[in-house]
Every structure is written in structure tokens, then in C-alpha cells.
Ligand binder design. Structure first.
Ligand code: NAG
Ligand code: NAG
Length: 237
């Protein structure tokens, strides 16, 4: 009496590829091919940053070393000016005092999946603010001291629940302060020296340490939840 293994060896059964099995394998192969090309695309920080740079005006000389043969990050060390690196990944851009203007091409930054902080402070960016929601994992956003203007849609920060620090001071923003700024994790919100109108939103974050809405055209009472703030936060509001 042959054992099971011997029987299997004696009567090899070729697995038949049913149409379902075949299309299933094809699907798996396609998924593998697409996901590996996605990973490659996501990890090409050089590509993403060079595309981003090309949308800026006045990028050189400040960003002249971008695009050199090195990659932006070697471990925690940044090879490119203004890039913040962790473990070989770009986690931030700190492009301050560089006389930059032009467009901020958010789409080009989307592949940088570890991007958590962006600073464009002290530059000459103007016009309406870009749509940051495409970078939904941002923890901090520093835009102070530019010429951004116009109204900010009420849902501009909707779903950006990781935001802790938002600096938008010293711009030319108008209209209401967007209610989507009421992120539960917010620690610092700087909106001073703009042209915001309307009332001060009741930001309920327990973590809020700094709020500054002074020197705007706001009116109405200071929400009770914000009375603990330094009075200079509201001066000239
Ligand atoms: C990444 O992008 C750079 C610049 O666009 C390109 O030269 C390089 O071949 C790309 N690398 C990979 C692995 O795709
Ligand atoms: C708020 O901003 C105004 C104007 O820049 C400044 O005078 C004031 O000290 C600031 N207050 C706080 C609490 O940051």
C-alpha cells in the first residue's frame, strides 16, 4: 500500500489553470507591478523636489545646490539646502528668507509621504494660499511674513487633524478666519497683522498655548474658551 506521498509521486496531478485562477494570477502580477512602481515614485524625493523647485520664481541662487548628483537626504543629513531629513526621507522643507515667489506646487510634494513640516516664512509669495489638504499629514505650516492675500475657504484645513502649529502672521489675508482651524491638536496659531474680519472662532483645543489674532479687523466677544490667553493676543483685533 503506497503512502500518500508515494501515491502523489506516482500519480502526479498537474494543477489545471482554470480561467479564474489565471485571471487571479494576472491580477496579482499587475498589482505587484503597479505597487512597486508606486513605491519607486513615492521614494524619488529628487524628482519631487526638482518639480517643486521648477514652479518657484527666484529659486536660484538660494536653491542652487538642488539637483546636484547627490540625493536630497543621506540618512538624517540633508545634502540639499532647506531640506529636513530623517532616515533618508524628507520630513520637512525650511525655505525661509530666500526671496522666493511664484507658485507653490503642492501636487509635486504629495509623493513625499513623510513630509510633516513646511516653512516658507519671510519670502515674497503672493496671491491666494495653496490647498494644503493634499498634504494632510502636516504637523506644522509656517507662512508668516509673505504677501498671501484673499479669503481662505472655511474648509481650507478640514481633515488636517495633525496640525499643531500654524503661522500665517504678517500677510494680507481677508475674510473670516476659517473654522477648520479648530484642530484638536493645535498648540500655536499666529494670525496677527492680517485683514481678517468677522468674529474670533471658539478654538476649543486644550493644547492651545499661543493664539495671536491681534491687528486684524475682528469684532465681537472673545470666546470664553480663549479667555486664558494673554490679552496681547487680541490687541487691535
Ligand atoms: C529620480 O529622479 C531623478 C531626477 O528626476 C532621476 O534622475 C532618477 O533617475 C530617478 N530615480 C529613480 C530611481 O527613479
Ligand atoms: C501678538 O502680536 C502682536 C503684534 O505683532 C504683539 O504685539 C503681541 O505681543 C503678540 N502677543 C502674543 C501673545 O503673542
Amino acid at each position: 500500500m503506497p503512502t500518500g506521498a508515494q501515491a502523489a509521486a506516482a500519480y502526479p496531478v498537474r494543477p489545471r489553470l482554470s480561467p479564474t485562477t489565471t485571471s487571479f494570477s494576472v491580477t496579482i502580477i499587475l498589482v505587484l507591478v503597479f505597487s512597486s512602481s508606486l513605491v519607486a515614485a513615492q521614494e524619488n524625493a529628487s524628482d519631487a523636489l526638482l518639480k517643486f523647485k521648477s514652479s518657484l520664481a527666484n529659486a536660484d541662487p538660494a536653491l542652487a545646490n538642488w539637483g546636484s548628483s547627490t540625493s536630497p537626504c543621506s540618512g538624517d543629513h540633508a545634502n540639499w539646502v532647506g531640506v529636513l531629513c530623517f532616515n533618508g526621507y524628507v520630513w520637512g522643507l525650511q525655505l525661509e528668507n530666500m526671496n522666493l515667489k511664484g507658485q507653490i506646487d503642492i501636487n509635486s510634494l504629495v509623493p513625499l509621504r513623510f513630509l510633516r513640516t513646511l516653512s516658507f516664512m519671510n519670502n515674497n509669495f503672493e496671491g491666494v494660499m495653496p490647498d494644503w489638504r493634499k498634504l494632510g499629514a502636516l504637523k506644522s505650516l509656517y507662512l508668516s511674513n509673505n504677501q498671501f492675500s484673499g479669503q481662505i475657504p472655511n474648509d481650507a484645513f478640514k481633515g488636517m487633524n495633525s496640525l499643531k502649529k500654524i503661522y500665517m502672521a504678517n500677510n494680507k489675508f481677508t475674510g473670516a478666519i476659517p473654522s477648520s482651524l479648530e484642530s484638536p491638536k493645535l498648540i500655536e496659531l499666529r494670525l496677527e497683522n492680517n485683514q481678517f474680519t468677522g468674529s474670533i472662532p471658539a478654538i476649543s483645543s486644550e493644547n492651545l498655548k499661543v493664539l495671536n489674532v491681534s491687528n486684524n479687523q475682528l469684532e465681537g466677544p472673545i470666546p470664553a474658551a480663549l479667555l486664558k490667553m494673554d490679552p496681547s493676543s487680541f490687541s487691535g483685533a
